[in-house]
Design a binder for this molecule. Structure first.
Ligand SMILES: [Zn+2]
Length: 96
């Protein structure tokens, strides 16, 4: 259930949980009992756990503590040489 912020004219702001589909515009203030109006406030979204957050966290961590690499990645290996041509006379040419 999301947290909504309300503002009482006599007191201060307070927060209450309400279901997203049935949020009242006016709620009785828990301190003085007068109707308090719902306020528009920035949502407190947490990025923790998302893939973008993990990527940013990993990039920031690698700047200070780079990982130790003990092998070359799978895409960087040298490929074995293949014959470019099938003409047998080309085998007699000098090799570089
Ligand atoms: Zn109040």
């Amino acid at each position: 259930m999301p947290i909504y912020e309300f503002s009482c004219t006599g007191c201060d702001r307070f927060e209450q949980n309400h279901p997203m589909g049935s949020v009242p515009d006016l709620v009785d203030c828990p301190v003085c009992g007068t109707p308090a109006r719902r306020m528009m406030s920035a949502p407190h979204l947490s990025a923790a756990g998302s893939s973008a957050y993990g990527l940013i966290e990993k990039a920031a961590r690698s700047a200070a503590e780079p990982d130790v690499v003990d092998s070359i990645g799978p895409g960087r290996r040298a490929r074995p040489r293949r014959a470019v041509t099938s003409n047998p006379l080309h085998r007699m040419l000098p090799r570089p």
